[in-house]
Design a protein around this ligand. Structure first.
Ligand code: NAD
Length: 249
């Protein structure tokens, strides 16, 4: 298949971590990947490794979808809203700037990028996948506006699914638990990493590629009748609360 006939997908924040894993999995499965990242060098490096194109820049700046479509031979079959930030702060001390930035990158940008992608996706029968988080349901202590932004993203996923279904565009989300990446920086400390690992019923921290394969499923025709759904990718962590309650012998 030539670049123009291969299905094209824009992955935001694809220069590292989960986004990089998603870009790798999708490229392996035949997608032409437009790799966006705020870090232009990281976007270029991943794009060249996966045989895709780099579309560096801030997801909050308009024009990203048009650029990706132009660089991918005029088509777009998938949008993965992966770029995200967590600005740590107790809620009692949260600042206007941090709330604006967190909601801007994690919620406003996915809404506006999806809107911009809609006409292209309607032409190709394409789909959107949003990177939510387990913390949309179980808030992250000291995570500032992060959990609220992810809960908003889940609500947006559902609304877009019902508004855009008749156009043939599906919208879903994945909600990772604990996955190795720069954002989840705790894994450099072996004690902290081990403490986290023990909490996960699957017995290990997830990898970016294990999120990528679920994203690939949601973008594929195998998920043709799945829309408005959020799939936990967490090794059953979200369901393990009772397991951590000390029990009588
Ligand atoms: N790592 C986890 O355990 C975890 C868990 C739940 C959800 N998530 C979500 O998964 C997604 C990816 O997280 P990650 O752990 O790979 O994070 P990360 O910080 O390792 O990578 C995020 C990437 O997005 C880029 N980015 C940040 N702001 C951007 C912007 N404004 N425009 C363009 N690019 C931008 C960064 O440069 C970086 O390359 C995020 O939405 C995050 O909230 C991660």
């Amino acid at each position: 298949m030539t670049a123009a006939t291969r299905p094209a997908v824009l992955v935001t924040g694809g220069g590292s971590g989960i986004g990089e894993g998603i870009a790798r999995v999708l490229a392996d499965r035949g997608w032409q990947v437009a790799v966006n990242d705020l870090d232009a060098e990281a976007a270029a490096a991943v794009a060249s490794q996966v045989g895709g194109v780099a579309v560096p820049g801030d997801v909050e700046v308009p024009g990203l979808v048009d650029e990706a479509v132009a660089r991918c031979g005029g088509r777009l079959d998938g949008l993965v809203n992966n770029a995200g930030v967590i600005l740590r702060s107790p809620l009692a001390a949260v600042t206007l700037e941090d709330v604006d930035r967190t909601l801007g990158v994690n919620l406003r940008a996915p809404m506006l990028l999806s809107r911009d992608a809609l006409p292209h996706l309607a032409r190709t029968g394409g789909a959107v996948v949003n990177l939510a988080s387990m913390t949309a349901e179980s808030p992250q202590l000291g995570g500032g506006a992060y959990s609220a932004s992810k809960a908003g993203l889940v609500a947006f996923t559902r609304q877009a699914a019902i508004e855009w279904g008749e156009l043939g565009v599906r919208v879903n989300a994945v909600a990772p638990g604990m996955v190795r990446s720069a954002m989840a920086g705790a894994y450099a400390d072996p004690t902290l990493a081990e403490g986290r690992r023990r909490l996960v019923p699957a017995g290990r921290i997830g990898t970016p590629e294990e999120v990528g394969t679920v994203v690939a499923f949601l973008l594929s025709r195998d998920a043709a009748y799945v829309s408005g759904e959020t799939i936990l990718v967490d090794g059953a962590l979200a369901h393990a609360l009772v397991r951590s309650i000390p029990q009588a012998p």
